[in-house]
Design a protein around this ligand. Structure first.
Ligand SMILES: C[S@@+](CC[C@H](N)C(=O)[O-])C[C@H]1O[C@@H](n2cnc3c(N)ncnc32)[C@H](O)[C@@H]1O
Length: 218
């Protein structure tokens, strides 16, 4: 999901994964396809809006990957719930969703102090919030040629996203902070959520039921 320029698709293909490249924007898919082709890959692309994903995506997958702080592009809770439910639905029974987000909690509570450890736009690009409140994070991107680009995003908090994931049905949500265990990092730049669909509690209950009926038979 949120294939953008195809960076993650290419890296995943080169790591040996079978990849389907999805984005809502035809222009971005064209760019992703060209980038893939330049590296010797033919990307399998689907143009689909996350909110109606299952209308256009008909297979099921081991993982849904939505990186680059992309989920923050949805401005209403209704859209966020719908998109997560659609991600859930295209996953196999034991599949997982990997979704990242900027650490808006720290920005909202203490202001912006990125350590710039992790980069999505290249080391030459500065990305800083120009304005932030509970309903808007307006980021300013400054490029090496001094060109400036603005992007409006919705500042989602870490625990809010985790709660929505649980509410659409994900059984277990693990959150990493700049790729480390969440509790080891202070004020990370990014949170990475890994939401698992697998329904462990049911398996345990079934095992209990079987061992109980075994005892009854004996
Ligand atoms: C920040 S870019 C992704 C960058 C890329 N994942 C990376 O990390 O390099 C966000 C992408 O999400 C796509 N997008 C935003 N909202 C979407 C939606 N509702 N459905 C599908 N794609 C969407 C945009 O077209 C854009 O290509």
């Amino acid at each position: 999901m949120a294939a953008g320029t195809g960076f993650h698709s290419v890296r995943l293909i080169e790591a040996g994964f079978e990849v389907c490249t999805v984005d809502g924007s035809a222009e971005m898919l064209t760019k992703a396809f060209a980038n893939g082709r330049d590296r010797g890959h033919v990307l399998r692309t689907i143009q689909a809006d996350w909110r109606w994903l299952n209308r256009d995506v008909h297979a099921s997958y081991d993982a849904v990957i939505c990186l680059g702080n992309s989920f923050t592009h949805l401005f209403s809770e209704r859209d966020r719930r719908k998109a997560l439910a659609e991600f859930y639905a295209v996953l196999k029974h034991d599949g997982c969703l990997i979704l990242d987000q900027r650490n808006y909690d720290t920005m909202l509570d203490h202001g912006f102090q990125s350590q710039h450890k992790y980069y999505y736009c290249g080391r030459q690009v500065r990305a800083e919030p120009e304005y932030i409140d509970d309903g808007l994070a307006r980021f300013r991107y400054t490029f090496p040629d001094d060109s400036v680009f603005h992007l409006n995003m919705f500042p989602i908090r870490r625990d809010y996203v985790r709660r929505l994931m649980h509410e659409v049905g994900f059984q277990k949500v693990s959150t990493y902070a700049d790729f480390e265990d969440d509790d080891k990092e202070q004020d990370p730049d990014f949170f990475i959520h890994v939401a698992e669909k697998c329904y462990d509690a049911g398996t345990e209950a079934l095992e209990d039921a079987f061992s109980a009926s075994d005892k009854e038979i004996k």
